[in-house]
Design a protein around this ligand. Structure first.
Ligand code: GLV
Ligand code: MN
Ligand code: MN
Ligand code: MN
Length: 428
């Protein structure tokens, strides 16, 4: 038996950039929208193909694979001291409509390559190293963000909610999961829960999705905290009617109520007094959706976030007050105002921050501490494990659009920092 090498001898790690680039391209071909955009929705045929592809790469990396009932996939490299809690890494490969190839993907394919890098260096982990492919980080299909990691973190409210959750085509969560080969003979989602301490550390590699690293010419972002996200669904109802025949004083237009609320969201966000408060109305549907019919129903989905939870909650409260006021002024009904999630922020673990910083220094890569304004599965893994995140630069900070891009050199730097960080965390 060879001795495990210390992580100190791992400073010349070599990443197989050609293979990694090819894998990123191949994964991006499993998409329901034309290249260069990527659309990969939870439990769709393309999602299932992406899952098989990633499992194949995990197998080639010598990992043993396990899947839970919602399709979180775990690829494990057994440590030589496997009684110790393992160290995990991973991300997601689901992609919102018309997005890019790198969001999440870099943290899944990059993690597999990080394992390959460590194997090539003859490293042997003391704690087991495990890659997690998270189910549905994006809220696209069921309106629930970080579905897989939220469950891993033991969310009882989500277990109840999923019993009655359907997508926009009225397909239930369980029907969709079964169609992808999951939840076959059991629908007890509490089996997904991880015990706190199951992992001694969780680290996620991700593109920054913001412009700072590129602008400042820095290779690595060491994430100290993740901002607090929230999402709200709103429905207004009015009488609708003929666009020619109903005179203006007689109308109660649900579409205009939605338009007014959308502007109110912007106003409340701007009033917060901090540049860190953001709000977006990314979904706005009008019913019946005919040019010559006054909207009788409108549906909005509102995303609002802040690094300060109280300030974010104040914005939510004001949005609610505005919605109520609009119903009075416009004589429409507020048939739904549902806060889908109102998550607290998460802080990275100090010792993982140190491991990521040390790894960057040993690899002669510049780094800076930063916060994540986007949310990630790490937000939820932080509830059951010490957490850390590694960011790499991306072109102009573009994300959630087809122009998203990260260079293979930057990705390789991230993979090296991830590999070395995992190595450090896996010893002792
Ligand atoms: C998830 O992708 C987010 O919106 O941050
Ligand atoms: Mn995303
Ligand atoms: Mn992501
Ligand atoms: Mn995200």
């Amino acid at each position: 038996e060879s001795e495990s090498c210390s992580s100190g001898s791992l400073s010349s790690l070599s990443v197989d950039t050609q293979s990694l680039q090819r894998q990123i391209e191949e994964l991006s071909s499993f998409s329901d929208s034309p290249a260069p955009s990527v659309t990969r929705i939870l439990y769709s045929k393309k999602d299932v193909l992406a899952r098989s592809y990633v499992k194949k790469l995990m197998q080639l990396a010598g990992l043993s694979i396990r899947e839970d009932v919602v399709g979180n996939i775990f690829g494990k490299w057994e440590g030589f001291n496997s009684e110790l809690a393992g160290v995990a890494t991973g991300s997601h490969v689901d992609a919102i409509p018309y997005s890019g190839k790198y969001d999440g993907v870099v943290g899944v394919l990059g993690a597999i390559e990080a394992i390959n890098v460590l194997r090539r260096s003859d490293f042997r982990p003391e704690r087991s190293l495990e890659i997690i492919f998270f189910t549905s980080e994006e809220p696209t299909r069921f309106g629930i963000s970080c579905l897989g990691s939220r469950l891993l973190a033991g969310s009882e409210p989500l277990v109840s909610a999923l019993k009655n959750t359907v997508d926009s085509h009225d397909i239930s969560f369980f029907e969709a999961a079964r169609s992808a080969g999951y939840a076959q003979d059991q629908d007890d989602l509490t089996s997904v829960f991880l015990k706190k301490g199951f992992y001694s550390a969780f680290v996620e590699l991700h593109i920054e999705q913001g412009p700072i690293l590129e602008q400042e010419g820095i290779s690595i972002g060491v994430v100290t905290a993740i901002a607090a996200p929230a999402s709200i669904k709103v429905d207004f109802e009015g009488n609708g009617g003929h666009a020619g025949a109903v005179l203006m004083p007689q109308r109660n237009d649900a579409g205009l109520a939605a338009a007014e609320l959308a502007l109110a969201v912007e106003q409340h966000v701007l009033e917060s007094g901090s540049i860190d408060t953001v709000g977006t109305v990314g979904i706005l549907d009008l019913h019946p959706g005919a040019i010559n019919s006054i909207p009788s129903k409108s549906h909005l989905e509102i995303d609002t976030r802040d690094i300060d939870e109280t300030r974010r909650n104040n914005v939510i409260e004001k949005i609610h007050q505005s919605a109520v006021k609009i119903t009075k002024n416009r004589k429409v009904q507020l048939s739904e105002f549902k806060i889908v999630n109102q998550d607290p922020p998460a802080a990275s673990d100090e010792s993982i921050i140190k491991a990521m910083e040390d790894a960057s220094k040993e690899l002669n890569l510049t780094h800076k501490l930063m916060i994540s304004r986007a949310y990630h599965d790490s937000l939820f893994m932080a509830r059951v494990s010490p957490m850390g995140m590694i960011f790499i630069p991306c072109y102009k900070g573009y994300s959630h659009k087809p122009e998203e891009f990260a260079s293979i050199e930057d990705i390789a730097n991230g993979v090296k920092v991830l590999a070395l960080t995992l190595a450090k965390l896996s010893l002792g």
